[in-house]
Design a protein around this ligand. Structure first.
Ligand SMILES: Nc1nc2c(ncn2[C@@H]2O[C@H](COP(=O)(O)OP(=O)(O)OP(=O)(O)O)[C@@H](O)[C@H]2O)c(=O)[nH]1
Ligand SMILES: [Mg+2]
Length: 350
């Protein structure tokens, strides 16, 4: 899964990029891999004495927005819009820290205003794109025969009614639920269609602000960017103690990652053995045979059955063979819907 970090200049994009990709040294690259923190993988790996432990991964891109693109465009350049087509999700950093040595591009730190700007600009870009499509279809109309002219009229009517929805501030989820527009969304790329997690990069003065009121339907997280970056230098336990002392457990990188996974309907199943313990990323609702495909196409092609146990049950049992003896290792077929935290042993023949 590929995620792009966006935000105004000096909102803390690179700081949070470093936290996510665990880059302690000054970064030189705008692409990084995040290993998704997951206690279950570590615990299972210990249980199986695995030689290798592999976490699920997210690909993260930091964007360089060291200038405002033009008067009306603060978050998106044409280049960014084009590159976003390759991404599955956006993390939007909203600056919510005061620091006179780091000037805000508009002078004042006003998280709500910045977020409004972003949402408006995103919508404006999509409306603009629809207008361009209508113009193009209209300009080609005279070269068409009567039947195709009618078709193009139907198309522009539909685009105009979609434009109306956007202009009336209807949420993208709602628009997307309208089957009429499905075809347009399949044919063209809309900025509003990328799942966006809003991250308020806070300091201690903004902690009590009720950011929940800013957005109702949007997924969001709060993070002490700078502090989290400093905590990277400590070992995990020490960092955890500091978070506990400061009562900021809810604002950890882990919490942000959980939000992103939840918003994108991503869950993990696990495989474990002496060789390795590994977390695999799937869309929630995937079947056993679809999940097997993640590991190897041979496994899904030659799928016989899956031995499944939830990781917490497996930990309680102590081992796969013990779980089998107790009769709590289940046998599931191709259509079984895999649950988050299932440990699976696929049986297959090639
Ligand atoms: N006080 C404070 N400073 C922060 C925080 N997050 C980032 N900074 C500082 O703000 C400055 C800018 O942070 P960056 O992470 O480089 O911001 P950016 O959005 O990547 O900036 P550009 O790439 O230049 O647009 C750096 O000096 C950071 O140390 C924070 O939560 N609190
Ligand atoms: Mg940066």
């Amino acid at each position: 899964m590929k995620i792009a970090i966006l935000g105004l200049p000096k909102s803390g994009k690179s700081t949070i990029f470093n936290c996510l990709t665990n880059q302690i040294d000054q970064k030189t690259n705008s692409f990084g891999i995040m290993k998704v923190p997951d206690n279950r993988v570590e615990e299972l790996s210990k249980l199986s004495s695995s030689i290798k432990t592999s976490f699920a991964e997210l690909e993260i891109m930091d964007s360089e927005s060291s200038q405002i693109f033009n008067d009306s465009s603060e978050f998106f350049s044409d280049e960014i819009v084009n590159s976003l087509q390759e991404f599955d999700a956006i993390i939007l950093i909203i600056r919510s820290f005061n620091d006179p040595s780091v000037p805000h591009p508009f002078g004042l730190v006003e998280p709500e205003k910045d977020l409004e700007h972003f949402l408006l600009e995103q919508r404006f870009r999509d409306i603009n794109m629809i207008e361009k499509r209508i113009e193009k279809i209209d300009s080609e109309k005279n070269t068409l025969n009567k039947k195709n002219q009618e078709l193009s009229k139907t198309q522009t009517d539909l685009l105009r009614s979609l434009k109306n929805e956007f202009e009336n501030g209807i949420s993208f989820e709602e628009i997307n639920n309208n089957n009429e527009f499905k075809k347009i969304f399949q044919e063209s790329f809309f900025l509003s269609s990328i799942p966006t997690t809003i991250v308020f990069n806070i300091d201690e003065n903004h902690i009590d602000e009720n950011l929940e009121n800013y957005t109702k339907d949007i997924f969001q997280a709060k993070i002490y960017g700078k502090l989290e970056e400093e905590l990277l230098l400590l070992d995990k336990k020490e960092a955890e103690e500091i978070r506990q002392d400061l009562k900021i457990n809810d604002y950890s990188i882990q919490n942000l990652v959980n939000q992103i996974l939840k918003q994108n309907h991503i869950i993990h199943f696990l495989t474990t053995g002496e060789k390795d313990t590994k977390a695999w990323q799937i869309k929630s609702g995937s079947t056993a045979v679809e999940s097997a495909q993640k590991i190897h196409s041979d496994i899904s092609r030659g799928f016989i059955r899956a031995e499944v146990i939830h990781y917490s049950e497996l930990l309680k049992s102590g081992s796969f063979s013990e779980a089998k003896k107790k009769g709590i290792l289940r046998t599931e077929g191709k259509d079984y819907i895999v649950k988050n935290g299932d440990v699976i042993n696929f049986l297959f023949s090639v």
